[in-house]
Design a protein around this ligand. Structure first.
Ligand SMILES: CC(C)(COP(=O)(O)OP(=O)(O)OC[C@H]1O[C@@H](n2cnc3c(N)ncnc32)[C@H](O)[C@@H]1OP(=O)(O)O)[C@@H](O)C(=O)NCCC(=O)NCCS
Length: 204
C-alpha cells in the first residue's frame, strides 16, 4: 500500500477548458492577498479576515507543507500558468473509502466566467482517473448560491446527509454535503448542454 507520504503527487499541473491549474509559488503572495482579502471569501470560507500579507505568507507556507507531505492538493487557477485567479483544493483523503473533499474560490474580479466549475471539473477528473478516488465531496452552506451552482453544474448531487453545524464569525451555519460518484464527472460538452437545456429548454 502506498504510504500517505506518497499519496498525492507533487508537483502537478492540469490543463483543459482554457484553464491551467498549477502549484502556488512564493511569487504569488501579492496576488494571493488581493484574491483572498474580500468579503465573499471571508463570508463563505474559513480564511482569516482581513487577509493581509502575514496571512498570505502563512497560507503559502501551509500550502507548500501540505503538498510536500502528500496530504492535500492545493492549486492556483490560472488562464495560462501565470497570474493566479483563484484556487481549487483536494484534502481529507480517505484512501480506504477512496473518497476526498474538494474546495474552490475565485477572485471577485474573475467570477461568472466558468473558472470555478472548469477548475473543479479538471481536479475531479484527475482525482477519479489518476488518483483512483471514487467519491468526491463538497460541503456547502445552502445560502451560498454561487457555490451550489458550481456544484450542480459539475454534476455533484446533495447526499441528504445531516447538515454539519458550524459556529463562525457570522453566527451559526450549516454545511450540506454534495457528492460526485465515479462516472458522474460532467464533461465540458455536457456542461454546455446542461446550460443550453436550462436556457432554451430540452429538444426532443
Ligand atoms: C463560488 C465561486 C467560487 C464561484 O466562482 P465562479 O468562477 O464565479 O463560478 P462559475 O463562473 O464557474 O459559475 C458556475 C455557475 O454558478 C453560477 N454562479 C456563479 N456565481 C453566482 C452567483 N453569485 N449567484 C448565482 N449563481 C452564480 C454561474 O452562473 C454558473 O451557473 P450556470 O452553470 O447556470 O451558468 C465564487 O463565487 C467564490 O469564490 N465565492 C467565494 C468563496 C466560496 O464561496 N467558495 C466556495 C465555498 S463552499
Amino acid at each position: 500500500m502506498a504510504s500517505p507520504r506518497h499519496l498525492l503527487p507533487f508537483p502537478i499541473s492540469l490543463t483543459g477548458d482554457g484553464i491551467e491549474l498549477r502549484e502556488w509559488t512564493p511569487d504569488d503572495l501579492e496576488d494571493l492577498v488581493e484574491l483572498l482579502d474580500e468579503p465573499d471569501i471571508a463570508r463563505w470560507t474559513p480564511m482569516p479576515s482581513p487577509f493581509d500579507v502575514e496571512a498570505g505568507l502563512a497560507y503559502l507556507k501551509r500550502a507548500h507543507q501540505g503538498r510536500l507531505n502528500g496530504q492535500r492538493i492545493q492549486l492556483a487557477i490560472t488562464a495560462d500558468g501565470s497570474k493566479p485567479l483563484g484556487e481549487v483544493l483536494l484534502f481529507g483523503v480517505d484512501s480506504g473509502l477512496k473518497e476526498a473533499e474538494l474546495g474552490y474560490l475565485v477572485g471577485a474580479a474573475h467570477r461568472r466566467r466558468g473558472l470555478a466549475s472548469g477548475a473543479l471539473s479538471l481536479l475531479a477528473e484527475y482525482a477519479q482517473d489518476t488518483l483512483g478516488l471514487r467519491r468526491l465531496l463538497l460541503r456547502i452552506d445552502p445560502a451560498n448560491t454561487a457555490s451550489t451552482s458550481v456544484a450542480r453544474r459539475c454534476g455533484f448531487r446533495l447526499t441528504g446527509e445531516p447538515p454539519i453545524l458550524q459556529e463562525g464569525p457570522y453566527g451559526p451555519s450549516s454545511l450540506d454535503t454534495w457528492e460526485l460518484v465515479e462516472s458522474q464527472v460532467v464533461s465540458r460538452l455536457e456542461r454546455l448542454k446542461n446550460v443550453a437545456t436550462r436556457r432554451y429548454g430540452r429538444r426532443n
